[in-house]
Write a protein that binds this ligand. Structure first.
Ligand code: SF4
Ligand code: SF4
Length: 379
C-alpha cells in the first residue's frame, strides 16, 4: 500500500525541544554528533518551534543540521505559535524570520501550533490557516498541518472547517490513550475519520513513562526476563504509539546520545508490540491509574512562552511533587531546594496571575496545584 508522505523515511522523529544544553545554549558538539547519527541510521525527520529553548532550538538546527547537510537529506518541521502574533500582518514576517533562524528557504511541514478551542478562534480571526495555505501555494511550505491539545469534538470542528489541513499531530501514549481529559484515542479516531495521517508527540508523556513507579517497573522487568530481552521502558511507550494505523512519525525529545541510541535500536527496523508486550503495557497503565500524579508533560510552555512574574520553574516543581508522592524519593526536599536557586520562585510565591494556565496545553490548574505543592514542601 502506498504510504502518505513517502519522504518520511522512518517512524521516529527528532523532537528538538529538549536538546543537550550548556547553560542557556545548546551543546553544539554533542548535538551535531546526534544529528549525524540520526541521519546515518536512515532517519530524516526533525521538529522544532520558535518557543523551544527560547529560540535556541531553531538556531541549533541551522548550525547543526541545515548548514551541514544538503536540503534533500532532511525534513524540517516548524510551527506557527499563537503568542508570536496578534494580527494577520504579523504572521508572514514571523514566518520569514523562522526560515532565517533555521537557515532554510522552505519548511517541509508547517503546523498551526497547540490548537485548542480558544487558540482556534484567534487563528481564524488572524487568517492564520489561510496564510499557511498561501505559503504552501508559494512553495515556502510543503505541507500544512496542526498540533492539537483539546477534546475530540474541537478537532472535528477544525478539520470540518479546514479540510485542506493535511495532517494532525496529537498527544498519544499508553497512559493518555483512554484518559478522559486528554482523549488521545478519541482524538486519534477523529483524525482518522477525516482521513488525516497522524504524527505523535509526548509518546513517553514528558518522561513519566521512562521512570516508572516500582510496581510498573517490575512488570517490564518480568517481561524482559521471560522474553530474554533488555528493552527500555521508553521502547514500550514509543512502539505502542508507533503501532497504530496511520501514524507516520513518533517524536522523541532526545537530550542525550544514549537516549538516541536506545530509540534508534528499536525504531530502525520498527515492529509493533506483540500481544504479551501489549498486555504488559495495559498492566503498567493500571499501576499508573492508581496513583495521584500531576500530568505535567514538562513541555515548558509555561516558563518559556509565558514569563512568570515570580520566575517559578513550574515543571521542575511538579516533577519534585511527583517524585515525592509517586516515587517516594527520599531526597525530593533537596531537589526542591535546588529548583529554587538562582532567584527562582517557590510554589508559595505564586501571585495567582494565571499567565501560565493560559499557555498550558494540558490545561492544568497550575495555580491550585502550586498551592498543594507549597503545602507539601512548606514554601
Ligand atoms: S499564576 Fe503563579 S506560577 Fe503562574 S505565571 Fe502567575 S505567578 Fe507564575
Ligand atoms: S505545567 Fe503545563 S505548560 Fe507547564 S510544563 Fe507542565 S504541561 Fe507544560
Amino acid at each position: 500500500m502506498c504510504e502518505v508522505f513517502p519522504e518520511i523515511k522512518k517512524k521516529l522523529g527528532f523532537g528538538c525541544m529538549r536538546l543537550p544544553m550548556n547553560g542557556e545554549k545548546v551543546e553544539m558538539k554533542q548535538f551535531c554528533e546526534m544529528v549525524d547519527r540520526f541521519l546515518e541510521e536512515g532517519f530524516n525527520y526533525f521538529d522544532t518551534a520558535h518557543g523551544y529553548l527560547n529560540g535556541e532550538s531553531e538556531v541549533a538546527l541551522r548550525e547543526g543540521l541545515t548548514s551541514r547537510y544538503p536540503r534533500e537529506r532532511y525534513l524540517l518541521t516548524n510551527k506557527l505559535t499563537g503568542v508570536y502574533f496578534d494580527k494577520e500582518e504579523e504572521i508572514r514576517p514571523f514566518f520569514e524570520n523562522q526560515l532565517k533562524w533555521c537557515g532554510v528557504d522552505y519548511f517541509d511541514f508547517y503546523l498551526m501550533h497547540a490548537q485548542n478551542a480558544k487558540e482556534f478562534v484567534k487563528f481564524k480571526r488572524c487568517r492564520a490557516y489561510e496564510t499557511a495555505f498561501d505559503l504552501k501555494a508559494e512553495g515556502k511550505v510543503r505541507h500544512v498541518g496542526l498540533s492539537f491539545h483539546d477534546k475530540a469534538a474541537v478537532l472535528d470542528q477544525i478539520l470540518t472547517e479546514y479540510p485542506q489541513v493535511e495532517f494532525v499531530q496529537i498527544q498519544f501514549n499508553y497512559l493518555d490513550y483512554d484518559d478522559e481529559s486528554v482523549e488521545s484515542r478519541k482524538v486519534y479516531d477523529v483524525a482518522r475519520k477525516h482521513g488525516k495521517p497522524v504524527l505523535v508527540m509526548e509518546p513517553v508523556k514528558g518522561g513519566s513513562l521512562v521512570k516508572l513507579p516500582e510496581e510498573g517497573q517490575k512488570i517490564f522487568d518480568e517481561l524482559n526476563r521471560s522474553e530474554g530481552t533488555k528493552m527500555s521502558n521508553a521502547s514500550y511507550a514509543i512502539r505502542f504509539a508507533a503501532g497504530f494505523g496511520g501514524i507516520r512519525v513518533v517524536l522523541s525529545g532526545m537530550s542525550t546520545p544514549e537516549q538516541m541510541e536506545d530509540n534508534i535500536s528499536y525504531m530502525k527496523d520498527f515492529r509493533p508490540l506483540n500481544e504479551r508486550e501489549l498486555a504488559a503495557v495495559r498492566r503498567v497503565t493500571g499501576v499508573f491509574k492508581g496513583l495521584d500524579m500531576i500530568p505535567c508533560t514538562a513541555c515548558h510552555y509555561c516558563v518559556e512562552e509565558n514569563h512568570c512574574p515570580k520566575d517559578i520553574l513550574i515543571p521542575d516543581i511538579f516533577a519534585c511533587m511527583n517524585s515525592k508522592n509517586v516515587f517516594h524519593d527520599w531526597n525530593t526536599n533537596f531537589y526542591y531546594n535546588n529548583v529554587l536557586t538562582a532567584g527562582h520562585g517557590a510554589a508559595g510565591d505564586c501571585i495567582q496571575c494565571g499567565g501560565c494556565e493560559r499557555v498550558c496545553p494540558q490545561q492544568l490548574p497550575i495555580r491550585a496545584l502550586l498551592k498543594d505543592v507549597a503545602a507539601q514542601f512548606g514554601k
